[in-house]
Ligand binder design. Sequence first.
Ligand SMILES: Nc1ncnc2c1ncn2[C@@H]1O[C@H](COP(=O)(O)OP(=O)(O)OP(=O)(O)O)[C@@H](O)[C@H]1O
Ligand SMILES: [Mg+2]
Length: 249
Amino acid sequence: MTQEQLSPTPATQGEPLLEVRSLAVRYPNGAHGVRDVSLTVHPAEIVTVLGRNGAGKTSLLRGIAGFLSSEHVTVTGRATVAGHDLTGVTPMRSFRHGVLLVPERDKVFANLTVEEHLRLATRGKQPYTEPCAFPALDRLRPAKAGLLSGGERQMLALEVAWRNDPRLLLVDEASLGLAPVAVKELMERLRVVARERGTALIAVEQDASVALRLADRAYVINHGEVVWEGTSAQTSAASLAREYLGTGR
Ligand SMILES: Nc1ncnc2c1ncn2[C@@H]1O[C@H](COP(=O)(O)OP(=O)(O)OP(=O)(O)O)[C@@H](O)[C@H]1O
Ligand SMILES: [Mg+2]
């Protein structure tokens, strides 16, 4: 069975799961993380957000997941999940509504083993011995997370997130620092598992070809604003890279 047979594109009609309207994030020093972003994600849809360094991708994800609520950062606009207003709420509150962020850095605890991460993640809800969605992790259970490769740490962070049963997973640059072959493997698995479980995803990426292979739809942001949006089929990585990301030839 091919990946596409496994992965029909979910309907984008009907009520969105996540609705972000005119979100703006302003840091205490006056810098704008996000100026004005509106986007939607439907149930089980995979969306990518692309942009250059400093475009506002991390600020956007942290704003949606509530990670800016305790940092004297001004967040305006509105983010709703299944109709619940999440604007300005704490990460705990957004987690209760099924929103989980896998951050850009510091995703795992270096001194805990893979097995200990799985135990922590399941909190008795589901046996931690259950096979991992990323099978490579099963043979690494006794290893300390601090000794894992970048790709293995990324898998562990995603595995922990999935064991918390998110409805919407926000993944900040899963491909960061990984070799192309590791990126390809990770992204293919991410897409398959998201589809199997019906998890909606926002994957922030800088590489348009990686992002478009993964996602159903894409948003490109620049200086904190959406400059392009459409389905992955409506564009090409080369044209996004050339026109918006400054990485094309
Ligand atoms: N804590 C902060 N305080 C002040 N300014 C910040 C802070 N965090 C981010 N910024 C600024 O907000 C803007 C957007 O940053 P952000 O980290 O969201 O971008 P990004 O698209 O994730 O970049 P990258 O691809 O490098 O991760 C940048 O101009 C950045 O300097
Ligand atoms: Mg970032």
